[in-house]
Write a protein that binds this ligand. Structure first.
Ligand code: ADP
Ligand code: MG
Length: 383
């Protein structure tokens, strides 16, 4: 997925209204009927058609010819644009540079603020691997089956943001959280290589014990990383110190499978050190013993995260999604790419779960019980 930074500057006010209308409409419609986009945007429908055409040319929306009706859907590109525009309106983001990572469920770019300070932009992309394949298990999405990739990607970013913030505040070696909007996170750029790329370290034993101590430190504050491996541990180029990244799958030590997650994190490090550095130690952390000191730290970060606004219901939804993707991969269906073409919704007409209030942090319009109120452009508040 290519990000076009020039697009950030060349979207007119009306185009922005239409794009925002498409986003609002996609809460309840997999394919948003053109008249609905016109209604939400408050613009004349002739004008809206033309604008949709030009947005489609730039891949910010995609035209979908459905069995029932024709319409549009917001693309990844359109959602990226809305998020980046929000970040740039708040002066967090000024320019977009090179892509430095493409994960299964994220794209990573080096970006900069107006002073040229470099940062990392992580765009969460859940649902890139087939939502269709896991459709049967989509009950947890409730009525939000439409736009599930947007919803899941946003939840994932919100979760990562909540964890990065509390971890950073409490002195854990993680990137500095800078800003968050929709499915995006802005964070400090770490001058580092992933451990995966490192063939030699001055003292494998020392690094091993720092990494194991971190697992224990996480556990003492009630957390398990959940994906603690050589890809998610960066080694600082100058200091050789590890920095931990990638938090969407963090779990609480009170999770029913906590011990299993904990052991898996420990095992990842042991296996990597054995293979890469031929280093093996009889010492490694055990779950129960790591919890013994629970009170030493005097606070529980899992509780703090829950209090920070990332609701346990959101946590549950995300966890269900991740579980079904994993089961899907294990059964060998996980790798088919979801096409950029719209997937037809079985119940595209469903009411939004939250009673219709757009809770993406204010895209401007409020959809209320079927009646659509549209705020004038100046009142459009960015999340
Ligand atoms: P994913 O969820 O796709 O695994 P990650 O958060 O692990 O995404 O990031 C993917 C890659 O991007 C990392 O392995 C690392 O190389 C790079 N990266 C991510 N965040 C940073 C950062 N803050 N500083 C430097 N590199 C980063
Ligand atoms: Mg990762």
């Amino acid at each position: 997925m290519k990000l076009d930074a020039t697009d950030l500057r060349y979207v007119t006010a009306d185009e922005f209204r239409v794009l925002t209308a498409a986003e609002i409409g996609s809460k309840n419609h997999e394919v948003i009927p053109t008249p609905l986009i016109a209604q939400i945007s408050g613009l004349r429908s002739g004008g809206v058609n033309k604008i949709l055409g030009s947005l489609a040319k730039r891949n910010l929306v995609a035209r979908v010819q459905n069995a029932k009706y024709d319409g549009y859907r917001l693309t990844y590109g359109g959602y990226d644009y809305l998020a980046m525009r929000a970040l740039s309106k708040r002066d967090s983001l000024f320019s977009v540079g090179n892509q430095i990572g493409v994960g299964k469920e994220s794209d990573i770019y080096v970006v900069a603020d107006a002073e040229g300070n470099q940062m990392v932009l992580k765009l969460h992309r859940l649902g890139r691997i087939s939502f269709r394949a896991i459709k049967s298990k989509r009950d947890y999405l409730g009525k939000r089956k439409s736009a599930s990739w947007m919803y899941m990607s946003r939840l994932s970013a919100q979760k990562e943001w909540a964890f990065m913030k509390v971890l950073h505040e409490h002195g854990f070696p993680v990137p500095k959280p800078i800003d968050q909007a929709r499915h995006c996170i802005l964070m400090g750029l770490i001058d580092a290589y992933p451990l995966r790329q490192i063939n030699e370290v001055p003292s494998p034993g020392k690094l091993y014990s720092i990494l194991m101590d971190l697992i224990v430190r996480f556990a003492r504050v009630g957390l398990i990383h959940g994906d603690y491996n050589e890809f998610n541990i960066l080694i600082h180029r100058e200091t050789g110190e590890p920095v931990v990244i990638d938090f969407p799958q963090m779990v609480s030590t009170s999770h029913e499978n906590a011990e299993w997650y904990f052991n898996r994190d420990v095992e990842c490090i042991r296996t990597f050190f054995r293979r890469r550095f031929r280093y093996e130690s009889a010492l490694y952390p055990k779950f129960k013993a790591s919890l013994n000191n629970e009170d030493v730290e005097g606070f529980k970060l899992d509780v703090e995260v829950a209090a920070s606004g990332f609701r346990s219901r959101d946590q549950k939804v995300l966890e269900e999604y991740m579980k079904s993707v994993q089961e899907d991969e294990e059964s060998g269906h996980g790798n088919e790419e979801e096409s950029e073409e719209g997937e037809e919704s079985e119940d595209g007409e469903s009411e939004d779960e939250e009673g219709g209030v757009v809770e993406d942090g204010g895209s401007g319009g409020v959809v209320d019980g079927g009646e659509t109120k549209v705020l004038p452009p100046d009142d459009i508040e960015e999340p």
